[in-house]
Design a protein around this ligand. Sequence first.
Ligand code: SAM
Ligand code: SF4
Length: 332
Amino acid sequence: MAELIDPFNRKIEYLRVSVTDKCNYRCGYCMPPQGAHPEGRHTEYLDYDEIARIVAAFADLGVKKVRLTGGEPLVRKGLPELVALLRQHKGLETLALSTNAHYLDRYAQPLAEAGLDRVNVSLDSLRPERFTAITRGGDLHRVLRGIEAAQQAGLNPVKINMVVMKGTNDDEIEAMVDFAQTQGVEVRFIETMPIGSAGISVMDQHYPADKILARVQAHVGDKLIPLVTRSHDGPARNYRIAGSQTRIGVISAVSQHFCETCNRVRLTARGVLALCLGQEESVNLRDPLRGGISDDALKELIVEAIKKKPERHHFNENVHNIEFRQMVSLGG
Ligand code: SAM
Ligand code: SF4
């Protein structure tokens, strides 16, 4: 079978699909207060059939995992319909969703029935008022209900993503480890990246992964067991807590780059294939699709696009001059 291999011999097996750049939350590191692209016309966005056609082409080219993201995917109407369309492709092994979980209590069951495998939920604080401040209006109780609904619907393991910010929520690292154990979820601590609405200014809040790990270690002691990093783990270092099912990950996209094992590319809601989160290289797939391109020619276009994938991002060296990039367009 055809495969996608980039010039640095990395096999591309993971596609992140942003289904919208809009969101009902306004996390300071991600979204400007007024929201993203309010002027965006409906027709600029790929419809579900177009997304399904592009995903099918990727799956034929060896992509095994697709994650729906955004913006907030659940603000787009009828997401379970898209999941059902994608699930028809037998080559896809994993179909996952990243969400802020605000609407998850309503959608967890229909999504699971449509064929979704797993969810990642953003959760930066377990304190209701702080959560509302970080998300500029979010409702912690709804998010916790959403997490439980996902577990009941069988979308396990639910993975929690916490962006650790110095002086904002770094005092909750231990509480989040405890939450993982009592709630039966996985937690991944993420370094703040100089990407998104606040751009470089978020780096004032940067809290390095090594320090996060040291805090987790001090909290659980010798019960923290490192797990073997697999090629598809990307920039995550994973651990398990002995005597429990709990897994903890630490994602150090900035302080240590793991670009040599990068296996992913991103499709924006407007149909642009972005080849690296920290670089500009991209290829428009929407216009050729709307111009009537055949399935074979679409696959050829994707194979050619992958040849432009950069070797690595430059967050840590160029952190002071990195171009502003919209996380909501690229889907994290
Ligand atoms: N709305 C969904 C959510 O929040 O999970 C999906 C999209 S969101 C852009 C995907 C992930 O990117 C979230 O876990 C979020 O915390 C993370 N993210 C956004 N901006 C970030 C930044 N500047 N640094 C680190 N992580 C960021
Ligand atoms: Fe919305 Fe997710 Fe960005 Fe927060 S991180 S503003 S929930 S898209």
